[in-house]
Design a protein around this ligand. Structure first.
Ligand code: EPZ
Length: 421
C-alpha cells in the first residue's frame, strides 16, 4: 500500500490544471449502455474509480478503449450479462448507476445492493422507488437487487429524501426514463452540475430531457438512442480542494480548466475566510496573505456548499483566528477526518452533525490514516501546512478521486513523496 510523506510547511504558487470530474464521468460512462453505437467521452480522469467502472462495463458487455489523453470510447457489444457483482459494487458504490440503463435497455438488471461506507449509511430506497414508479418490478435476491420491466412507462416521480434529493438516484431514474414509453417528470431532482452534464450527453444520444440542473426534469421517452461524443465537465471538487490549498498555504494558485460558476458557494466561503478568489481566463485564481478568518459552513445539496469539500475546508478553518461551526447536512456522520486532524494539533469538538473548530496557530506533522476519499484530501492539505513530517497512510482513498494529486501539488511547491509501505 502506498503512503504519502509530506514535509511542511510549504507555500503553493503556480498553475494547476483541473481534471475532468470523476462524479460526472461515472454516470456518463454508465449511460453508454443505453446507446446503439459507441459513446466517446473526452477528459475522463485516470483514477481508480474510473478503472473500476471500466471493469464493470466490460463485464456487462461494453468494449472500452482508453487513449493517453483521457478519451474513452465505450461500445456496447454484448447484452448477455446484466449482473453488477458484489465484488465490484463493494469497491465502488457508484456502480449502482448501471441499474437504470441496464433495466431500460435490456429489460432486466441484477445489481448487488451497496452497503454503507466510511461516510455513513447510504440507502438507495429513492433509486428503487423511482424505478418502481416507472413500472419496474424490484426484488431482493441473495443481496442483489433484481429489477425487471418489459418496457418502462413514464410517470411522475418525487425524489426528495430526508437529506434532500439524491444525485445518483436522479441519474438512475433519468437514464431509465429516456427509453420509457411516454413522459416522465422527476420532481425534487438533484441539481448538481454532474446531473446537468448527464442530461446533455443523453440529449446528444437522441434523448429528450429538459430541465437538467433544475429540480424538475421532464423526459419524453424515445424508442432508441445512438452513441455520442461528449466532454466531461471539470471537477469542481478537485478545483475546490486546490482553492482551499492555495488559501491555506498563503499561496497564489491559478486553476485552469475549472468552472467557477459551479463553485459559487465555495468561493463565497473562501472569501469569508479572507482569501481572494477571482475568475481568470476561463479558470480561477486564489491568493491569501494573512491568517484565516473563521466562518460557519453548512453542507447542502447543490448549489449549496458541497459535502465533498467539508473535510478540506475544515482543515482550513482549523487554522483560523477564532471559532467556526461546520455542520454536515448530507452525511451527518462524515467526520472521520476529525480524530486525525486532532493528532496534528487541531482543536475540534464534535456535537452531533456539527464540528466546532477552534482555530490554532499551527498544525504539527504526524502519522495519520486516510478513511475515505475527501477525508484523505483534508489530511494531505493539513500535511502541506503542518510543521515537520506528516505521513498519510491508505492513500488509495485519495487515488480514487484525485488524478496525480501529489504530482500536481509538487509542481506548485509542495514536498510530497509517494512510497510503498
Ligand atoms: C453522490 O453520491 C456523490 N458520488 C458523492 O461523492 C457525494 O458526496 C453525494 O452525491 C452528495 O453530493 C457520486 O457522484 C459518484 P446522494 P450519491 O444519493 O448520489 C440520502 C465523493 O467523495 N439518500 O445524493 O450516492 C443519502 O443517504 C462521493 O466523490 C437516501 O436517503 O449521494 C444522503 O444523505 C462520496 N436515499 C443524501 O440522500 C437514497 O435512495 C444524498 O445522497 C439515496 C440517498
Amino acid at each position: 500500500m502506498d503512503i504519502f510523506v509530506i514535509q511542511g510547511p510549504s507555500r503553493l504558487k503556480g498553475r494547476v490544471e483541473i481534471s475532468g470530474a470523476k462524479n460526472a464521468a461515472l454516470p456518463l460512462m454508465a449511460a453508454s449502455l443505453l446507446g446503439e453505437g459507441p459513446t466517446t467521452l473526452c477528459r475522463v480522469p485516470d483514477l481508480a474509480d474510473i478503472r473500476t467502472m471500466l471493469e464493470l462495463l466490460g463485464e456487462l458487455g461494453v468494449a472500452a478503449a482508453r487513449e493517453q489523453d483521457g478519451t474513452v470510447t465505450l461500445t456496447p457489444a454484448d447484452a448477455d450479462c446484466s449482473h453488477a457483482r458484489y465484488d465490484i459494487v463493494r469497491k465502488m458504490r457508484a456502480s449502482v448507476c448501471v441499474l437504470g440503463p441496464l433495466l431500460a435497455r435490456r429489460g432486466q438488471a441484477r445489481v448487488s445492493m451497496p452497503g454503507g461506507c466510511a461516510i455513513g449509511a447510504r440507502p438507495i430506497d429513492l433509486h428503487l422507488r423511482g424505478l418502481q414508479a416507472l413500472g419496474a418490478q424490484i426484488d431482493l435476491d441473495q443481496g442483489d437487487i433484481v429489477a425487471r420491466a418489459k418496457r418502462l412507462r413514464g410517470a411522475t416521480v418525487f425524489l426528495g429524501g430526508p437529506f434532500g434529493s439524491t444525485v445518483l438516484g436522479t441519474a438512475n431514474v433519468m437514464m431509465a426514463a429516456v427509453l420509457a414509453e411516454g413522459r416522465t417528470v422527476i420532481e425534487s431532482a438533484a441539481c448538481e452540475p454532474e446531473i446537468a452534464d448527464l442530461a446533455d450527453l443523453l440529449n446528444a444520444m437522441g434523448a429528450h430531457v429538459s430541465g437538467g440542473g433544475t429540480p424538475r426534469l421532464v423526459i419524453d421517452g424515445v424508442d432508441e438512442l445512438t452513441g455520442a461524443d461528449h466532454e466531461v465537465i471539470p471537477d469542481r471538487i478537485e478545483a475546490g480542494t486546490f482553492l482551499a490549498a492555495g488559501a491555506l498555504t498563503n499561496g497564489e494558485l491559478e486553476l485552469s480548466h475549472c468552472r467557477i460558476d459551479h463553485m459559487l458557494a465555495v468561493v463565497e466561503k473562501l472569501r469569508e475566510t479572507g482569501a481572494i478568489v477571482e475568475p481568470s481566463n476561463g479558470g480561477a485564481v486564489v491568493a491569501a496573505t494573512r491568517r484565516v478568518e473563521p466562518t460557519d459552513v453548512t453542507t447542502q445539496p447543490y448549489p449549496g456548499f458541497p459535502t465533498d469539500l467539508q473535510a478540506q475546508v475544515m482543515t482550513l478553518l482549523a487554522l483560523a483566528d477564532g471559532n467556526s461551526a461546520v455542520t454536515e447536512k448530507i452525511f451527518p456522520d462524515r467526520f472521520m477526518h476529525v480524530p486525525e486532524l486532532l493528532r496534528m494539533g487541531a482543536n475540534i469538538r464534535k456535537e452531533g452533525p456539527t464540528a466546532i473548530v477552534t482555530g490554532v496557530k499551527r498544525l504539527v506533522g504526524a502519522p495519520v490514516m486516510a478513511s475515505d476519499l475527501r477525508a484523505s484530501a483534508a489530511l494531505v492539505l493539513a500535511g502541506l501546512i503542518a510543521r515537520g513530517t506528516t505521513t498519510v497512510r491508505r492513500v488509495y482513498h485519495v487515488d480514487r478521486g484525485y488524478e496525480h494529486i501529489e504530482r500536481k501539488l509538487c509542481d506548485v511547491g509542495a514536498r510530497i513523496e509517494r512510497l510503498s509501505e
